[in-house]
Design a protein. Sequence first.
Length: 345
Amino acid sequence: MKFLDQAKIYIRSGDGGAGSVSFRREKFIEFGGPDGGDGGRGGAVWAECVDGLNTLIDYRYRQHFKARIGMHGMGRNRAGANGDDVVLKVPVGTQILDEDNETLIADLTAVGQRVLLAKGGNGGFGNAHFKTSTNQAPRRANPGQEGQERWIWLRLKLIADAGLVGLPNAGKSTFLAAVSAARPKIADYPFTTLVPALGVVNIDGREFVIADLPGLIEGAHDGHGLGDRFLGHLERCAVLLHLVDGTGEDVGLAYRTVRHEIEAYGAGLTDKPELVALNKCDALSEDEIGTRRKALALACGGEVMVLSGATGAGVQDCLRALLAAVDRNRVAERAAETVEEDWRP
């Protein structure tokens, strides 16, 4: 299945059915009176978050979604049938934005969430609705209301607890394959990861989700390489794990390059907790590890972990540090939700 995390689609709700102008005409009934029924309501367009989807590929080959119109009213006070609704099924983590690709309409983060995107037009009244004591034979009926139409953007942001960042070929895919059942493509050339990948990590009887993103290069925010379009998937992560290739010539420059691209992207990523790790230590001597660890610590201004995704050295300690950061984030989120619920004007 191809991975698609952004799609632009056109939606239109159904028009309401027109009301009917009709009079009851039967033998031996002298005063039949008006009996025109109302028109049916047009179908609406909904978006629903469902389980079992992890991409927006369904909206790659179909971009127009139109709900059914309501049926017209008929005589004998028969109302028209309502039009069928259209339900757009999207994966967990989908954001729905207006045509400007900036105005947020809805953020669907749980299975079962539904949001109304376009309301169907109301059906028109038949002439039986306008009967009064002074107007006992009305010859008018309302047309149905028109439906709503709009272009919207669907943007998927994967829901993961931790995100992997780094330059291409920093060992992110190898790390993900070592700690989870995910099997991303691994090769000895850059940009083997072309789309984000998720893996479920089990450590000390606990589970959390890690997202592996394509590598960033200098100028990614200007569209170089694969650009920074996949960084949106990190916005939901609680912590970032920055992997630096220990076999590179300048580990400090490698860290600063990726960090600059994250800062240029913005969206609150710079405020997220970050763990820095010197990867591929199995290819280095003890002296080289010590030298490059100090250089990387000087560049990031914090503690640097040493690990190897290929041999598993230092991986368990790294996962425990990630889990602790995720737990701290969850506690902070619950505290913030409690404050909002307890607040009174």
